[in-house]
Design a protein around this ligand. Structure first.
Ligand SMILES: CC(C)(COP(=O)(O)OP(=O)(O)OC[C@H]1O[C@@H](n2cnc3c(N)ncnc32)[C@H](O)[C@@H]1OP(=O)(O)O)[C@@H](O)C(=O)NCCC(=O)NCCS
Length: 179
């Protein structure tokens, strides 16, 4: 795969991939696209929001050459020092288990070297997220908290954390307009 920045023209494919995973409720899909729009400044809010970083992975060679296969979005967690959130990640289900997710996550971690102390991912404890949790565990994320029935009855939130070796930055990340 080839990693590249995402642009407005990717919106339809991002929606398609995210929906195709079959894991997200309609309201979650809407939030994912809101984040995409905010990152690129496509909404009503003006310019691109630097607190959301987007990255895509596209096929390199073969019949699907140039086609977007997956995407990731992360950013600094407001009101923390050196804590970053992995907000969204999705890989085309037809191409899962082929290393696309690993490439996206690896590049995020590379870019956060020396910048992030902690990388946090909130995900679901549902059985249909078994593969997702296995993916994070495989990459050194530890389940550090669980809130029963957080998303819905019988749908827990599981919080995964990776403590990175990067230096702790001093900058306090205040949200825009206060904090
Ligand atoms: C989670 C997700 C992004 C992983 O992407 P991917 O491209 O399939 O992952 P990779 O192929 O890079 O997997 C790397 C390693 O993670 C582990 N892993 C990934 N998917 C797994 C699964 N379903 N079951 C068990 N282990 C898994 C494996 O160790 C795998 O290496 P291997 O295939 O050599 O054994 C993808 O499955 C996805 O989009 N899932 C649905 C959406 C989602 O859950 N997003 C995250 C919401 S918080």
């Amino acid at each position: 795969v080839r990693l590249r920045e995402l642009v407005a023209a990717d919106r339809g494919r991002v929606e398609e991939i995210t929906r195709a995973t079959g894991l997200f409720r309609p309201e979650e899909l809407a939030i994912a696209l809101e984040v995409f729009d905010a990152a690129l400044g496509l909404g009503l809010t003006g310019g691109p929001d630097p607190d959301y970083v987007l990255l895509g992975a596209e096929a390199q060679g073969g019949a699907r050459d140039g086609e977007l296969l997956g995407w990731i979005c992360w950013g600094p967690t407001p009101c923390t020092r050196g804590t970053y959130d992995l907000y969204w990640m999705a890989v085309d289900p037809a191409l899962q288990r082929a290393g696309v997710g690993r490439a996206l996550l690896g590049e995020m971690e590379h870019r956060l070297e020396g910048v992030a102390r902690l990388i946090v991912v909130e995900t679901s404890g549902r059985a249909d997220y078994d593969g997702t949790r296995a993916f994070y565990e495989r990459h050194g994320y530890r389940a550090t908290a669980r809130i029963p029935d957080f998303y819905a009855p019988d749908d827990d939130q599981v919080v995964y954390v990776k403590v990175t070796t990067g230096a702790a930055p001093d900058a306090f990340h205040a949200p825009e307009g206060g904090g």
